[in-house]
Design a protein around this ligand. Structure first.
Ligand code: NAD
Ligand code: ZN
Ligand code: ZN
Length: 381
């Protein structure tokens, strides 16, 4: 089959690789119909995630058609079209029983923090990803959700990660009616977090980024205010000025370790201080929220060490919540929002490209070129 193949930082290509096979009776093989590139893939692409091995296939956001099932699979049949959550999870462990699918204990042999994730390095279990023609889906009775007939594939693929993650980011912010919510990052996750904040009763939503076309998009898509951080000297002061000197009720980090800075370093050759993944957005979130406020973090911090202004967080009495999204838990509600016409997730897609052009697709997304917000890859056949 054709699949994305990682060759080292900033180097990926489409290549012929072995077809996946059923390895366990509860596996399924899914023919990928649409897959996406995520901001999380950029951390891998930039070489920021430990144990990202050359020769592996990325891709944790994909929808497809079931073409083979193992002998014990009961909930899926050939021809079913499915949303596959980015989490690989068993459904029965301590964490899965509490709907913490992102923390499943049985799908990541290293079992340190994160559970299994498709195409996300050996620190997340070493599963092959879906930027490919076919992919093996373990625990096939548990993860996949059938795509309702009337749902566009382009909406369905947004439900594998970006929309549920943005939604959970807002949910972890514990937004109260009328709250002022500041979202850091106007990538797909931040865009969905902003939209979700309104769905949860926010009174004001402000999105911070420095990529002007993304800020323009989110103003239209989520009817929010925006701040271009290039024009701001002191972020906390700026947010305070915007909020009668209180600070925001809720701040949400949808940035993570600095993909943007890392990409800039690559393009310009200017050496930036990035060791350990500097956490500017997280600093801004902690410093811009009001005393007693909530900070929600879904941004991914690849390296184990990151500088966090924990003293400020303690002194301000903040509530910090964070996690990998537990995708499956949100799907019924999010499908309902789409069917009711409250949100059109596919509008976030800026580029649709053949899988053969995966190298260009990564470059575009990483460099924030050509108005790129979200890229969908279509495998051949
Ligand atoms: P993205 O790269 O498309 O967007 C990130 C945006 O942040 C960019 O537009 C960038 O310009 C902006 N940015 C950079 N530094 C900033 C700063 N200091 N302040 C404000 N904005 C800044 O990525 P995405 O797909 O939207 O994902 C966003 C983050 O969420 C990534 O870290 C990704 O790994 C993470 N993520 C987490 C989960 C989860 O389950 N927790 C799931 C998906 C993605
Ligand atoms: Zn993702
Ligand atoms: Zn589990």
């Amino acid at each position: 089959m054709l699949a994305m193949n990682y060759r080292g930082p900033y180097r990926v290509r489409a290549e012929t690789m072995p077809d996946p096979v059923i390895e366990h009776p509860n596996d399924a093989i899914v023919k990928v119909l649409r897959s996406c590139i995520c901001g999380s893939d950029l951390h891998l692409y930039h070489g920021l995630v430990p144990d990202t091995r050359v020769g592996t296939t990325f891709g944790h956001e994909f929808v497809g058609e079931v073409i083979e099932v193992g002998s014990t699979v009961q909930n899926l049949k050939l021809g079913d079209r499915v949303i596959v959550p980015f989490n690989v999870f068993c459904g029965t462990c301590y964490f899965c029983q509490r709907e913490l699918y992102g923390n499943c204990h049985n799908t990541n042999p290293q079992a340190t923090a994160v559970g299994g994730i498709y195409g996300y390095s050996h620190t997340a279990g070493g599963y092959a990803g879906g930027q490919a023609q076919f992919v093996r889906v373990p625990f096939a009775d548990v993860g996949p959700t059938k795509i309702p007939d009337e749902l566009l594939l382009e909406d369905a693929v947004m439900l594998t990660d970006a929309f549920p993650t943005g939604y959970q980011a807002a949910e972890m912010g514990d937004i109260r009616e009328g709250d002022t919510v500041v979202v850091f990052g106007a990538g797909p996750v931040g865009i969905f977090a902003a939209k979700s904040a309104w769905l949860m009763g926010a009174g004001r939503v402000i999105v911070v980024d420095h990529v002007e076309y993304r800020l323009e998009f989110v103003r239209g898509f989520a009817q929010c205010e925006t701040v271009d951080f290039k024009s701001v000297k002191d972020m906390a002061l700026h947010i305070k000025k915007m909020t009668d000197w209180l600070g925001a009720d809720v701040c949400i980090d949808c940035v993570g370790c600095e993909a943007a800075g890392s990409a800039l370093q690559h393009l310009t050759g200017v050496k930036l201080k990035l060791q350990g993944g500097s956490a500017t957005a997280l600093h801004w979130a902690i410093n811009s929220v009001r005393k007693g406020g909530n900070v929600s973090i879904v941004g991914v911090y690849g390296p184990t060490f990151n500088a966090v202004p924990i003293g400020n967080a303690v002194n301000k009495g903040l509530t910090l919540r964070m996690n990998q999204a537990s995708v499956k838990r949100h799907l019924p509600r999010l499908i309902e929002h789409i069917q009711a016409g409250r949100i059109e997730p596919h509008r976030v897609i800026s580029h649709v490209m053949p899988l053969e052009e995966v190298a260009d697709a990564y470059h575009l997304f990483s460099s924030k070129l050509d108005g790129c917000i979200k890229t969908v890859l279509i495998p051949p056949g």
